[in-house]
Design a protein around this ligand. Structure first.
Ligand SMILES: [Zn+2]
Length: 183
């Protein structure tokens, strides 16, 4: 057995990262660029989902945990409800704006520019899923999706364009070599 130490429970780790001084219970640890808290629970998970899970048990697959309070950093179970993706999308345009502003104001992203650049390059090179990248960098798949779709760190987007072109060029080269190569 190697360096074994008693693990804190998910609830203990969760509770230690919540500020309950206001009506909204604010996630004080890592938040993604949309302002949603992230906690490790067999992979990076969104803290509001974990809040729901600790309060009510597992949530049904395919449903989203939505906020009545428009505060993505909030994990107060009283402010969370289960909705369909449709409910979530309807709310999103307004909420996205808020979330982005919160993310920027608090400089929440702990990824460095070079890590984001690596994510963009790896994703552009292909063969790796957003989920796998998220696990490698300790962020949620949703956060990876926002990065590669330019919702976060959009000033680094030229990297992904460059990497895509490089990947295309190398594929074309390989195709040419393949065609012209020894039989
Ligand atoms: Zn709230």
């Amino acid at each position: 057995m190697i360096g074994w130490a008693p693990m804190k429970t998910l609830r203990e780790r969760f509770e230690s990262k919540v500020d309950r001084s206001g009506e909204c219970h604010i996630w004080t640890a890592y938040r993604d660029c949309r302002g949603y808290g992230t906690i490790w629970d067999d992979g990076p998970k969104m803290a509001p989902r974990t809040a729901w899970k600790l309060e009510h048990g597992e949530y049904p697959e395919g449903l989203c945990v939505c906020h009545t309070c428009d505060n993505p950093a909030c994990v107060n179970p009283d402010h969370l409800f289960l909705g369909t993706k449709g409910d979530n999308n309807r709310d999103r345009s307004a909420k996205d704006r808020t979330a982005r502003q919160i993310g920027e104001m608090h400089g929440q992203s702990k990824l460095t520019e070079s890590q984001v650049a690596d994510i963009l390059r790896l994703y552009a090179a292909g063969g790796v899923s957003q989920r796998a990248l998220g696990e490698a960098f300790g962020i949620t798949q949703a956060h990876v999706s926002d990065i590669v779709n330019g919702k976060c760190w959009s000033h680094l987007q030229p990297i992904i364009e460059g990497a895509k072109q490089a990947a295309d060029a190398s594929q074309r080269t390989q195709a040419l070599i393949g065609q012209g190569g020894p039989q």
